[in-house]
Design a binder for this molecule. Sequence first.
Ligand code: CMP
Length: 829
Amino acid sequence: MQDIVLTVFALTALLGLVSLLLPLADRLAVPYAVLLAAVGCAIGALSAFASSLVGVGIVGDMVHALDGFDLTAEALLYIFLPALLFETALNVDVQRLTEEIAPVLLLAVIGVLVSTLVVGVALWASFGVAFLACLMLGAVVATTDPVAVVAVFRDIGAPRRLTMLVEGESLFNDAAAIALYTLLLAMITGAHPANPLEALLDFVREFTGGLAAGYVAGRLVTWVLPALRDHRLGETTLTIALAYLVFVISERYLFVSGVVAVVTAGLVINHEGHRRLSPSSWKTLIRTWEQIGFWATSLIFLLAAMMVPHLLTGATLNQLALLAVLTVAAFAARAITLYGLMPMLSAVGLAQRVGLDLKLVILWGGMRGAVSLALALAATQNEALAPEIRQFIGVLATGFVLFTLFVCAPTLRPLMRWLHLDQLSPADIALRDRVMALYLSTIGDQISQVALEHHIGSDVATDATRWYAGRAEAAALIAEENAQLPPEARLRSAVRILVEREEELYRQHFDARAMSRRALARLLSRITLLRDAAKSGGIAEYRAAGARVVEFPRDFRFNLGLQRYLGIEWPLARDIADRFEAQLIARLVIQELRGFNADQLHRLFGGGPSKALDAELATRLDLVGQAADALQLQYPSYAHALQSQFLTLWAIRQEELQYQRLRSESIITPEVFNDVIKGLTERRRDAERRPLLDLGLERQALVARVTMFADLDPRKRAKISRLLRPLLAVPGQTVVRKGEHGDSMFFISSGAVEVRLAPQPVRLGSGDFFGELALIDNRPRTADVVALGFCRLLRLSSRDFNRLMRTDDGLRQQINAIAKERRDGATAD
Ligand code: CMP
């Protein structure tokens, strides 16, 4: 181990260098990763060459430090890989990733297996090198590195889908390749029996184990995060600890894939953190991670590239031929996955089709990078491997990585241009021109105004204005032509913008602290429905999704069940309170959206689409309004409390904005500002405490409201009420389902239900009962009974019902009489 001072010296010097490489890459128009690799190789070669020539002193020490960097591959992977992967996972669009999960996993996992096999067999068959060593090399070169490629994609404005596929693939294939590499290593060194089936099972176990470990750890942290109460430094630190802890624990103690675990944990934080942290905290977290990710990527690349000269020592001409075979085989393997396996996936409906042009880019853009180099390094450093195998893997893997970086990466951009993948879609072009036509002329007008105010000569202003006027005119002309764009396409674009705007507005309300995190989460999960609809089609899908938005979600049903069967009330009460709050905000936001549509979208897309959208928004507003009214009717005092909380929070926010303005204009000093903000924060904390919702399921009160029981003498009523279980039914809920076995009957204490009978449904209200026929006649339920609004019911189990019918003559007569009427009614029909 070299002197720690020298290590710090060398590392910081490298960081200094890295900071300069960024602008240099821009200037040279080469991908940053490619420049890093080139510089790394050069440093490696130079420091090795110069270290025997220089003595001590600042330059000498630096050269020795760089040359003597005895970083092991394990250190490289343990120090940098978790940060690198976590950061990528944090920035991936999880929504899109889930949509594309089938092709991503195919590319990542199956792709790695195919690559390992094809490369292994090709090299073994053509040169007779040990088969397992060839397979191992196949695994080493199977990891793709998105850094170089994604940068090109972003630069060139490639379709988002392409970026998603390549990024997603690289996230998971590192894991697959590392797991496979470790397995093959164990087989070569004899630590693991060379049984393919067992190896495959091990591979699956590691992968799924990693998924589970990462998921659990990620959930745990998202659960703890809100408890840190907006302490941003703490929040970010916790996620850093998560990335490394989950990696080490998975690898060392659980014997599952640490890489998969980190990626999964990152995805969970990505998905959940957004909802659980305040927007500014989330921004801080992402920024910090961006910095960490940048350091990790740069250093892992640079350090791995510095080893290249060392890895290539002893390369022979014969190995050049091997490299040629390896290159052809690696591309062939990727082509098999892309052109052979992926269409099969689409054919069985597991994935959307990927166009031939995108496939070609994915094929050519499969850069190999730091992880391949680190694995090659690990192989060369492994004493358990025979020297010739170490050298074989070191040289060939490095050669191939260099080929992809120095040949494929620089040619990717021309390839994409050739395929026209650098162009915007027609809808985007139309939108761009319209935006330019609309806004450039406004800016032109403003220029003259500003020039006048600042005493700038009119000739100067005219020059500037002319340019804008010219551009605006040209754009207007093109926009005119594009008005020919089919109306559906314009409508589709408008719907998409509307959905994005809706999400943005929810976030703004949350940012203004006008609603709880739980309500935001609920609203955002609904946005997903709307977004999918907007993507998949036109207005009809949007309408259907809008209607689904007010439905009760699945977990809600679970909570209804908890209350119904176990009498546990609070999860349901909390759910309903969330719903209340979400509806309050949704109403507001849809109103705002109508304004946005009438103003902005009308200007951008014209009257037709805007009118159609307004009709949809009006329907949505109606639906949300009805749902909110149903709640308000049932829980008026709670609705009142919530509305007053909303107003208080809104007022506090306005107050805060005022103070911030006064502070930014230096009217109040920092001390005064802090003082008023302190008071405000306390008031806000009090106001944010949401009142508890009482579902109103107190048994005595409910029993008293059923006339049949109210008339009984108190002792008898008390006896019966002990047998009844209060229960809440929500609008649209099917309380009793036709054809099912009946285990209880219900009395309606408040609200109304509908018995779905043909040809005419029958409505029952407070004091009525239902579900008795199945118990008396001992046969399946005769009809669906659906709650029309929020209903409070009393449930009587069949056992207690039978007992009551035996012992209570009055009740039996009443129930039997009504049951008979109902049966007769059915026969008469
Ligand atoms: P059951 O058959 O257990 O489940 C469906 C219930 O609908 C049934 O019991 C009755 O309580 C109710 N029901 C059936 N027919 C009528 C009717 N004609 N009028 C009112 N309620 C009815």
